[in-house]
Ligand binder design. Structure first.
Ligand SMILES: NC(=O)c1ccc[n+]([C@@H]2O[C@H](COP(=O)([O-])OP(=O)(O)OC[C@H]3O[C@@H](n4cnc5c(N)ncnc54)[C@H](O)[C@@H]3O)[C@@H](O)[C@H]2O)c1
Length: 254
């Protein structure tokens, strides 16, 4: 997918991996809509890159339809969707306070898994209707964000790991469904990246986490995630796969 002049949507684009991706897509010439529940931060990133910042809670049917329609009006139908919106609060299945409230579990599944599917289905519906853009008949690319927790979930991550496992698992069926109309679906499973999500931990903990990565022994940089997104957009043979981006990290069981 040629990015120059192409309309792109980044959910969770107000911060961290999403913001780095929005910046990288814009630098590659894409017209970027930044969707985030944090409207002010979305507009701030958008104004920096000459894009469009839109308030959107990815869990809402109407909210996502409205935001994607606004992006379409401003930039034309998106050919690229990057799903980065997500949350990751820990919670044991049974803690000192008792069993994990089901609403805590539901909230993580709702934002991470259902929010990803919600935006993927709506953006894909638009992509499938467009003319193809190259000699392979390509119409669009969807990139989702899973996590190494999909494979090596730790204690306290049953909801997060399940949500990210769900994202990994929907990659192939969506890629298969859209294949005949030239829309690719890929998922990145990041390891440990330096983003505001990570900055909430004490510095010592961040350092120890970085050192636990075999090579390179540090936290990933959000720009390294963004460059992976750009590579996926450019390489048409990448489809229906989950790519770990983790410096060979395999999380220990605690
Ligand atoms: N940072 C890491 O080490 C890491 C590792 C693996 C996976 N991930 C995943 O990458 C994605 C981005 O994480 P990040 O580290 O950049 O975090 P971040 O907190 O910096 O950014 C997440 C963004 O999502 C937005 N968001 C949250 N709920 C939303 C909702 N309902 N609707 C719309 N936007 C919403 C937040 O406002 C925020 O701007 C997440 O899905 C996260 O699970 C991150």
């Amino acid at each position: 997918m040629e990015l120059k002049g192409t309309a792109a949507i980044v959910t969770g684009g107000a911060s961290g991996l999403g913001a780095a991706t929005a910046r990288a897509l814009a630098a590659a010439g894409a017209k970027v809509a930044v969707l985030d529940v944090n409207a002010e931060a979305a507009r701030s990133v958008a104004s920096e890159i000459g894009g469009l910042g839109l308030e959107c809670d990815v869990t809402g049917d109407e909210a996502a339809r409205a935001a994607i329609a606004s992006a379409r009006e401003a930039h034309g139908a998106a050919r690229v969707l990057v799903n980065c919106a997500g949350i990751g609060p820990p919670g044991r299945a049974v803690s000192r306070r008792g069993p994990l409230p089901l609403d805590d579990f539901r909230k993580i599944i709702e934002i991470n898994l259902i929010g990803t599917f919600n935006c993927a289905r709506l953006a894909a519906a638009d992509m499938l209707e467009q003319d193809s853009v190259n000699d392979d008949g390509e119409r669009g690319v969807i990139v989702n964000t899973s996590s190494v927790a999909a494979y090596d979930g730790q204690i306290g991550q049953p909801a997060y790991a399940a949500s990210k496992g769900g994202i990994a698992s929907l990659t192939l069926p969506l890629a298969r469904e859209f294949a005949s109309r030239g829309v690719r679906v890929m998922t990145i499973a990041p390891g440990l990246f330096a983003t505001p999500l990570m900055f909430s931990l004490p510095e010592e903990a961040q350092k120890a986490l970085g050192e636990s990565v075999p090579f390179p022994s540090r936290l990933g940089d959000a720009d390294e995630y963004a460059s992976m997104v750009l590579y996926i957009c450019e390489n048409r043979m990448l489809n229906g796969e989950v790519v770990r981006l983790d410096g060979a990290l395999r999380m220990a069981p605690r």
